[in-house]
Design a protein around this ligand. Sequence first.
Ligand code: NI
Length: 255
Amino acid sequence: MIFDSHAHYDDDAFNEDREKIILGLKDKGVIGVLNCGASLEGARRSVELSSEYDFIYSAVGIHPEYAGIVNEEVIEELRNLAQNPKVKAIGEIGLDYYYEENPPRDIQKAAFKLQMELARELKLPVVIHDRDAHKDTLDILKEFPEVIGTVHCFSGSVEFAVECLKLGYYIGFTGVITFKNAKKIAEVAKVVPMDRILVETDCPYMAPEPNRGKRNQSDYIEFIIEKISEIKGKTIEEIENITIFNIKELLKINK
Ligand code: NI
């Protein structure tokens, strides 16, 4: 069984067959999905999806790519959306220094901090997006010691992972771990304790081998679990059970 800790079923890539794909997931062993908003519209659609399907939960937040829109009014709308009982986290939020066309770093940091404050206020975990911004991300996480969450699609070093673990964060593994030459992330998987591992699609992106390049969906996580079971020397069932347990702990589901 699978719990996908990071998906974007609100994405336009699913416009043609969203309902069919989502309903099909249950037959393929997917028992839970955290759908993460990226834009404000995405956050709204994420909450709608989680209201429509019992096994979908939502996170609301503004991705660093759209950091320029974050102001008090937007924070207020996120606060209101988060009143819905299916909203279990603030995300995805963070920093992305990879694309030059992204908002300036100061704007990204300000938007990130405002949303970390919201998570602290609402006592919700966060879903962190960090691309080529490990140092600044870590500095901001440290400013909010009361907040925990997941570093989604983890792309840092072992040292950075250890720092995130110390702060109480979980580490999210995507299909990248199944790629040939994915040595760095395999090293990270070796050191992350079992009780801090999460699995995720980041669909429609990041499809694991053997589906690399295709549109991704939550049941493909079986290939990620297979790879982690090899790395950790555990059975597939053990990895399935612990990753489901971990995400339910983090999101406070069934408590
Ligand atoms: Ni994402």
